[in-house]
Ligand binder design. Structure first.
Ligand code: ADP
Ligand code: GN1
Ligand code: MG
Length: 355
C-alpha cells in the first residue's frame, strides 16, 4: 500500500485503510486520514474483467472533461491523478485508481421507501441528461459486449456444453426458463438494429448500491462505480434500476417469496428517470421503457446461471449453489414483473400523459 499511496502523493502512515463496499468486481478500500477530514476511495481494478484498465480511465476522463466544460455544478467523481499525472497507477501488474470519498455519503443494497427510488433514478437520469451531446466517437467499451444480450445468450449456451451433469441437473428449471424466454433476445436485436434508437453515454451498472445518498437528508448526492461508463442504450440504465431498486429483497436473497417488483417503486423509478431525460427521449426509446426491466433481469439471470454452469469463475461465491440461487432470484423477479406488465405499461403511459 505504501508505494501505491506514495504514487498518488499520499503518506501511508497518515491513513487508516479498510476494505469497503459490497461490489463483486474490484477491490475497494476506504482511506481515512487520522489528522484531518480527508477521505479517499482507492480501488484495484479487476483485470480479469477489465482487460484494458486504460480504457476505463479514458472513458471517465473524457466524461470528466465534458462535464467540467458543460455542467461544472454537477457532482461527478473525478479521478485523482498520480504525481506523474496518470489516472491509473500501474504497479507489478496491478492497476490502482483513486477518487475523493464523497463526504457524508452512504450506499444501500435494498430500498425501503419509494422516495429514495425516485431519487436514485433521478441521479442516473441527471447523469444521462448532462452527458447528452457528448462526443462518443473515439470511445471504446471497457468490457466489449457487456450488455449485448445476444452475446450473453450465446455464452449461456456455451456454458451448457462445458457444464458438469450434476450442475446441469440441479439447474434444470433455470435452464428451461432461459430457453423459454429467448424471445427477449429477439426484442433486443430489434432495438439494436433500429437506427433511430440513440446511443448515449450510459453508466451500465445502476445497481442501487452505486448511488451515494446524503447521510443527513437521505437525498441522492452522486453516482459511483464508473468503470462501465461507456456508450450504450437507456434500457441498460433504467433496466438495472428496475432490477435492483424495486424488490424488498436484494439479488443475494433466497427469501424468494418476497422477491417482487413493487409497483410504487417501479412508478417512482420511471418518474425519476424520465423526469430528467424527458425532453431528450426519442419515440423509439419511449417505446422500449417497458422492456428495460425484463432485458436486464433476464440478462443478469443468464449471467449468474452461466457462471454456475462454468463452476463460478466470474462472481465470487460463498457456497456452491450461490450463483444458482442468484439465478433463481432473478427468474422469480422476472416472473413477477410479467405478472404486472400490463399495469407497468399503464404507469409508463400515465407518466408521459401527465407531463
Ligand atoms: P465495485 O465495482 O466493487 O462495486 P464501487 O466503485 O461500487 O465498487 O465501490 C464500492 C462501494 O464503495 C460503493 O457501493 C459505495 O458505497 C462506496 N464508494 C465508491 N466510491 C465512492 C466515493 N467516491 N465516495 C463514497 N463512497 C464510495
Ligand atoms: C457486478 O461491480 P458490481 O458488483 O457493481 C457486474 C454487474 C452486475 C452486478 C450484479 C463489471 O457489478 O454487471 O450487474 O455485479 N459488473 C461487472 O451484482 O461485471
Ligand atoms: Mg458497485
Amino acid at each position: 500500500m505504501e508505494k501505491i499511496l506514495e504514487a498518488f502523493g499520499l503518506c501511508n502512515a497518515e491513513f487508516k485503510i479498510k476494505e469497503f463496499g459490497s461490489g463483486h468486481i474490484n477491490s475497494t478500500y476506504l482511506l481515512e486520514s487520522q489528522s484531518s477530514e480527508d477521505k479517499y476511495i482507492l480501488q484495484k481494478i479487476n483485470v480479469n474483467v477489465f482487460k484494458n484498465p486504460y480504457i476505463i480511465a479514458q472513458n471517465i476522463g473524457n466524461t470528466s472533461d465534458f462535464l467540467k466544460r458543460n455542467h461544472p455544478e454537477y457532482l461527478f467523481i473525478h479521478q485523482i491523478q498520480t504525481k506523474d499525472k496518470q489516472d491509473i497507477f500501474e504497479h507489478e501488474n496491478e492497476f490502482w485508481r483513486l477518487t475523493q470519498f464523497i463526504p457524508n455519503s452512504y450506499s444501500i443494497n435494498t430500498l425501503d421507501n419509494p422516495e429514495m427510488a425516485f431519487d436514485a433514478a433521478k441521479a442516473f437520469g441527471l447523469l444521462a441528461k448532462n452527458l447528452h451531446g457528448m462526443d462518443l466517437g473515439d470511445l471504446q467499451p471497457s468490457i466489449p459486449g457487456f450488455h449485448d444480450l445476444a452475446w450473453r445468450y450465446e455464452q449461456f449456451e456455451e456454458s451448457l456444453t462445458a457444464a458438469t451433469e450434476a450442475r446441469k441437473k440441479k439447474a434444470k428449471d433455470e435452464i428451461d426458463f432461459c430457453f423459454a424466454n429467448k424471445n427477449l433476445v429477439e426484442t433486443y436485436k430489434n432495438i439494436v438494429s433500429d437506427e433511430t434508437y440513440p446511443i448515449r453515454m450510459m453508466h451500465h451498472d445502476t445497481k442501487i448500491n452505486n448511488v451515494l445518498f446524503d447521510k443527513t437528508t437521505n437525498k441522492s448526492l452522486a453516482v459511483c462505480d464508473l468503470d462501465t461508463l461507456m456508450p450504450g442504450r437507456i434500457i441498460s440504465d433504467l433496466g438495472d434500476m428496475v432490477r435492483t431498486s424495486t424488490s424488498a429483497e436484494s439479488e443475494e436473497s433466497i427469501n424468494f417469496s418476497e422477491v417482487k417488483v413493487r409497483e410504487e417503486y417501479f412508478e417512482a423509478l420511471v418518474k425519476g428517470y424520465v423526469g430528467e431525460l424527458k425532453s431528450h427521449l426519442t419515440a423509439s426509446e419511449k417505446q422500449s421503457l417497458i422492456f428495460a426491466g425484463p432485458f436486464m433481469i433476464y440478462m443478469q439471470g443468464l449471467r449468474f446461471l452461466a457462471d454456475y454452469l462454468n463452476n463460478d469463475i466470474y462472481y465470487p461465491v460463498k457456497y456452491p449453489e450461490h450463483n444458482l440461487n442468484r439465478a433463481i432470484n432473478q427468474r422469480v423477479l422476472l416472473e413477477d414483473y410479467y405478472s404486472k406488465e400490463v399495469k407497468f405499461a399503464e404507469i409508463i403511459e400515465n407518466i408521459f400523459l401527465s407531463n
